[in-house]
Design a protein around this ligand. Structure first.
Ligand SMILES: [Cu+2]
Length: 372
């Protein structure tokens, strides 16, 4: 018996009813059920108002700007940045700790003309958004046109992400891992042009006790055989004498802990391969430290396949037992690497100096054509 039915029958037994009395009772019951229904409906409404379950109040907040960047060989380029001036592709890596709740206010500064140009159909809305993998969020932070959670040109919107902890009581896993965020609105309702233009970045959720790396590098495999939307030689712009870490300069001193986050943003399958280094196929790439899965059954690998929207990451010690050098990092689908889906991980000497490098050898057979 439903609660409302139970209420009616209890009422009928309690009150001897005349026809008028029955009508009054009916009105009373309808009113009570109506109020109850409203109260029941109010709970999910409050829940949707921004905070995922377990995250009553964000304990950190940040701003993120979506802007248009200089074109690359005629291709529109967009980027996310902590400030408009520092926007890049990939966008900034966003780190969280399990248990943390993060409010991110996205400011859409991409010109409406550019969004219009990228739009596949006139009926699609104009805007940018922030959609994230792996962590928890309500529908209002989904970052889709479908849920009306995108940012029209010139406007801002706050998204709330929650890095849930594992729950031993019900066996549910936490959110620690290597994830990514991206636009879901530009061009099509799936953000196909937003992602292709550069609106994506890595998300790292750490578990308390995880080792912290000295450097984190994002390797985003994209359409048209690109790494971070570029092809060699544009994938590696390290200065030979004074290399500065960045999206196109992967560098570390020998012995430093380096973290790679690999993301597949396009339509193709790729295989990530790093020369001279291997890692355990665990959540962190490590065994024993910062990982629960410390067994011999975990394979050690130096090559891993990613399909569209997959992401993974790992940590290695730069030059571990192989020393300084210029280690290739590439997609191992042969024709992908042949046309430029390759870059270099430079492991410097311990004093920070660059080991000898024969820069006369071209890294890609063909020059870098336009890529998107
Ligand atoms: Cu590939």
């Amino acid at each position: 018996m439903k609660n409302s039915d139970k209420g009616r029958s209890l009422l009928a037994r309690a009150i001897p009813l005349s026809p008028r009395g029955a009508l009054s009772a009916l009105i009373l019951v309808v009113a009570l059920v109506g109020v109850g229904g409203l109260a029941a409906g109010a709970s999910p409404k409050t829940f949707q108002a921004g905070q995922p379950e377990g995250c009553a109040k964000p304990n950190r907040s940040m701003d993120l700007y979506a802007v248009e960047l200089p074109r690359d060989r005629g291709q529109i380029r967009l980027g996310y940045g902590r400030t408009p001036e520092t926007a890049s592709y990939p966008g900034p890596t966003i780190e969280m700790m399990e248990g943390e709740c993060l409010a991110i206010t996205l400011h859409n500064q991409v010109p409406i003309e550019t969004l219009t140009q990228l739009r596949a159909k006139p009926e699609y809305p104009l805007g940018v958004s922030l959609h994230v993998h792996g962590v928890k969020y309500t529908e209002q932070s989904d970052g889709t046109a479908h849920s009306n959670s995108f940012v029209p040109p010139g406007e801002s919107r706050t998204y709330t992400w929650y890095a849930k902890k594992p729950d031993k009581r019900d066996g549910s896993p936490g959110t620690a891992g290597y994830w990514w965020y991206h636009d879901h609105v530009v061009g099509t309702p799936h953000g196909t042009q937003g992602v292709a233009s550069g609106l994506f970045g890595a998300v790292i959720v750490r578990r308390p006790g995880d080792p912290k790396p000295a450097h984190t590098y994002v390797v985003a495999f994209g359409n048209q055989q690109t790494i971070n939307l570029r092809r060699a030689p544009d994938t590696d712009t390290c200065d030979a004498h004074n290399p500065q870490p960045g999206p196109t300069c992967m560098v570390a001193r020998q012995g430093e802990r380096v973290e790679f986050v690999v993301i597949s943003t396009g339509n193709d399958m790729h295989t990530f391969h790093l020369h001279g280094h291997a890692w355990a196929n665990t959540r962190t790439g490590l065994l024993g430290k910062g990982d629960d899965n410390n067994t011999d059954s975990v394979p050690v690998i130096d090559n891993r396949t990613v399909g569209p929207a997959d992401s993974f990451g790992f940590q290695v010690k730069a030059g571990d037992s192989v020393g300084p050098g210029h280690w290739m990092l590439h997609c191992h689908v042969q024709f992908h690497s042949d046309i430029g889906m390759t870059t270099t991980f430079h492991v410097l000497n311990k004093d920070g100096s660059m080991p000898p490098h024969d820069m006369t050898q071209p890294m890609a057979v063909t020059p870098s054509p336009s890529a998107s």
